[in-house]
Design a protein around this ligand. Structure first.
Ligand code: HAM
Length: 421
C-alpha cells in the first residue's frame, strides 16, 4: 500500500493545535468588528489577471509563486496568493463604492504561494486581512496599524514596533527612482548580479538586497522620504504624528519596500525574531491606484495582512496559552440493552438542554473499558446505568475526581447535571 504525506509547505492543524487558531481567529474578528470592519469572503481562486495586474508582473509573487491552472472551461485561474486584489475586485464588481465611505472590510482564510518551505514559510498559509477603501485620510492608515497592534497586544506580545516607510506616489516616485538609478550607475561594478537586474526591472527592490557586497552602497543610497511630493510628505508626517499620539512605536526604515507593486505612500511591517527565517508578522500599506488598475473608479485604499501561522509560532515561543477548548463533562456508561437505549435517550435530552456529553460507543462493551474511556476523556461525571438502576428509576452518578458515587432520580438527572456542569 502506498503511504501518503501532505504536500510540502502545507500543515495539518490537529485538534491539539486548534485552541491557538480559535484564539487568534476570534480575537482578530472581535477587534475588527469593534473598529467597524465588516466581514467579506471572496473566492479562493480568481481570474489570474486580477493578481497579475493587481500585484504586478515582475514581482516574485506573480512571476514565481502563483498556483495557476486552467479549469475545464479553459479559464485561466489562480489560487489567491493574498486578499487585497480579490477584495478590491469584489468591491468594484458589487458596487460597494456607492455605499457609505469608507468601506471597512476584513477576511480570514487560506492563501497560497509557491514559496520555498521553511520554518514560518508555507505554501498554504492563513491571513487575517483588513482593508479600508475609499479614504485618503492618514487616520485610515492609523486605524489599520492600530488594529494589528491591538491584536498583538491582546495576545500578550510586547516590545514590538512597526517598520515604517513611504513609497511616494506616481507623481514623486519617478524622481526618486531616477536619483536611485543615477547613484547606482556610479557603483556599477560593485553591486550583485541580482541588483543589476533589479535596476532594470523594478529599481526600488535594490533597497531590499541582502547581499553583503551591496550593503555599503545601500547605506549611502538616496532615501525616498527626501523625494516625496508635498502631498505625500504631509500624509506621512500626519501619520507619524498620530502614531506618536497613540504611542504605536515605529522605526523609520528607508529600505522597506514591499514585494507587491500596488503600494503608494505608507508601507509598514512588524518584525519579530524567533518565528523562523521569515520575520514579518504582518505587512501592509496604502494602494491608492489599485481600484483604477482593476477597472474601477478612483478609490484610495489602505490595508494589512497578518500571517496566522507566524502568530501561532510566536504564541508558542512566548508560552502564550489559549483557553482550553470546551469538551463534554459527562460520560454515559451502561450495561445491557435496555440501559443502552435509555442512555441514547439521555444523550439526546442532555444535548437538547445544551449539556455536552459522550456516549460509550461499541456494542457488548464491559463496564470497566467504558470507565477507562471516561477517565481518559477527563470528564467530571460518569453516569452508570444497569438493569437494576433502570428498575429503581435511579442512575448512579460518579464524580470522577473524588470517586464518590450518588444515586440520582432519572427524571431529575438532566436538571441535576445542568446545575453542576
Ligand atoms: P504580504 O507582506 O505579502 O502582504 O503578506 C502579509 C503577511 O502574510 C506576512 O507578513 C506574513 O506574516 C504572511 N505570509 C506571507 N507569505 C507567507 C508564507 N509563505 N508563509 C507564511 N506566512 C506568510 C500581503 O499579502 C498584502 N496583501 C497585505 C495588504 C493588505 N496590503 C494592503 N492590504
Amino acid at each position: 500500500m502506498p503511504s501518503y504525506q501532505r504536500p510540502p509547505g502545507t500543515q495539518d492543524i490537529l485538534p491539539e493545535d486548534q485552541p491557538y487558531w480559535n484564539r487568534v481567529r476570534s480575537l482578530s474578528k472581535h477587534l475588527a468588528e469593534l473598529a467597524g470592519f465588516e466581514r467579506i469572503d471572496t473566492p479562493i481562486f480568481e481570474a489570474t489577471e486580477v493578481f497579475a495586474r493587481g500585484i504586478g508582473q515582475g514581482t516574485d509573487v506573480v512571476d514565481k509563486e502563483m498556483y495557476t491552472f486552467v479549469d475545464k472551461g479553459g479559464r485561466d485561474l489562480t489560487l489567491r496568493p493574498e486578499f487585497t486584489a480579490g477584495v478590491v475586485r469584489a468591491y468594484i464588481e458589487n458596487g460597494l463604492h456607492v455605499e457609505v465611505k469608507p468601506q471597512k472590510l476584513y477576511s480570514i482564510g487560506p492563501t497560497f504561494r509557491y514559496d520555498r518551505p521553511q520554518a514560518g514559510r508555507y505554501r498554504q498559509f492563513t491571513q487575517f486581512n483588513a482593508e479600508i477603501l475609499g479614504e485618503q485620510d492618514p487616520a485610515a492608515d492609523l486605524e489599520i496599524m492600530t488594529l494589528v497592534w491591538d491584536l498583538y497586544a491582546g495576545l500578550g506580545f510586547r516590545d514590538l514596533e512597526f517598520q515604517l516607510n513611504s513609497t511616494g506616489c506616481p507623481r514623486c516616485r519617478p524622481t526618486y527612482v531616477k536619483a536611485l538609478k543615477t547613484y547606482y550607475e556610479k557603483h556599477d561594478g560593485e553591486i550583485c548580479e541580482d541588483c543589476q537586474r533589479r535596476l532594470e526591472r523594478s529599481p526600488l527592490r535594490v533597497l531590499d538586497c541582502k547581499e553583503e557586497q551591496c550593503q555599503p552602497i545601500l547605506e549611502k543610497a538616496p532615501r525616498i522620504i527626501d523625494y516625496l511630493c508635498e502631498e505625500c510628505a504631509e500624509h506621512f508626517s500626519s501619520l507619524r504624528e498620530y502614531l506618536d499620539l497613540l504611542d504605536r512605536r515605529y522605526v523609520l526604515n528607508h529600505r522597506l519596500v514591499r514585494g507587491l507593486d500596488y503600494y503608494t505612500k505608507t508601507v509598514f511591517e512588524v518584525w519579530a525574531s524567533g518565528i523562523g527565517a521569515q520575520s514579518a508578522l504582518c505587512g501592509g500599506g496604502r494602494y491608492d491606484g489599485l481600484a483604477e488598475l482593476l477597472g474601477g473608479p478612483e478609490t484610495p485604499g489602505v490595508g494589512v495582512a497578518v500571517g496566522l501561522e507566524r502568530i501561532i509560532i510566536m504564541m508558542n515561543e512566548l508560552g502564550v496559552k489559549p483557553p482550553a477548548p470546551a469538551r463534554p463533562d459527562i460520560f454515559l456508561a451502561y450495561l445491557g440493552r435496555a440501559p443502552r437505549k435509555k442512555c441514547l435517550e439521555l444523550m439526546a435530552e442532555l444535548r437538547r438542554a445544551d449539556v455536552g456529553v459522550y456516549f460509550a460507543m461499541g456494542r457488548e462493551r464491559g463496564l470497566r473499558s467504558q470507565l477507562r474511556e471516561a477517565d481518559k476523556r477527563e470528564v467530571r461525571y460518569t453516569i452508570i446505568l444497569g438493569e437494576n438502576e433502570l428498575d429503581s428509576g435511579k442512575a448512579a452518578v460518579r464524580d470522577m475526581k473524588s470517586g464518590d458515587q450518588v444515586d440520582v432520580d432519572l427524571n431529575l438527572l438532566v436538571t441535576w447535571l445542568r446545575e453542576r456542569v
